[in-house]
Design a protein around this ligand. Structure first.
Ligand code: ACO
Ligand code: ZN
Length: 165
């Protein structure tokens, strides 16, 4: 029940800080095969600090979202250039899943994409086999707008999933 979950909520969201770098790279390595250099994390933090968000549970960093704001064509066909928020990476530690952390992080990030960076759409790529993530994105109103063949290093395809903000 949503009300029960809300009452039991123990996590809090805040902006990434440089002191989170080790925790965030640890979460990334634990949860995903797509890993990045420290420079990549720090660069996105410097450019788009408002949409680099960390979830803390009992004072411990247990999840993150990292985004990039891009200018490009609409993911929904018609229209000229617009700003799009690209969710580059999101993960929540295994012991802290199904508590609504990812949902809260994405909702906060998409809100910031609009208010801080004037983004009109949000999109991401996800492995076509990643059912938990695809269910999460659908729940939040994302739809598959493209399939990208061989997107991942191991050859798996990606869905591009997009949402109007
Ligand atoms: N099975 C089915 N549905 C799920 C699952 C699951 N395992 N996990 C989440 N969902 C859906 C449900 O609809 C859920 O709502 P409900 O709990 O009311 O049913 C909804 O998503 C919200 O779930 P949250 O609790 O907010 O999600 P969580 O905090 O557990 O994080 C995440 C989900 C980020 C996908 C987590 O499982 C994870 O870190 N996975 C490994 C890393 C990963 O795959 N990241 C995404 C890669 S794509 C990218 O980064 C752009
Ligand atoms: Zn991407």
């Amino acid at each position: 029940m949503e009300t029960e979950r809300a009452l039991q909520k123990t996590f809090k969201l805040r902006e990434f800080a440089m002191s989170d770098l080790r925790s965030v790279t640890n979460i990334n390595h634990t949860c995903l095969p797509e890993n990045y250099t420290d420079f990549f994390f720090i660069d996105l933090y410097h450019r788009f600090p408002e949409t680099f968000i960390v979830a803390e549970d009992n004072g411990e960093a247990v999840g993150y979202i990292m985004c990039r704001i891009e200018t490009g064509l609409s993911n929904f066909g018609l229209g000229g250039l617009l700003k799009k928020g690209h969710i580059v990476s999101i993960a929540v530690m295994p012991d802290h899943r199904r508590k609504g952390i990812a949902e809260a992080i994405i909702n906060t990030a998409t809100e910031k994409m609009q208010t801080a960076y004037n983004a009109k759409q949000c999109y991401l790529e996800v492995r076509i086999s990643n059912e938990p993530a695809i269910k999460l994105y659908r729940k939040l109103g994302f739809e598959a707008t493209r399939t990208i063949r061989g997107y991942y290093a191991d050859g798996e395809d990606a869905y591009m999933m997009s949402k109007k903000l």
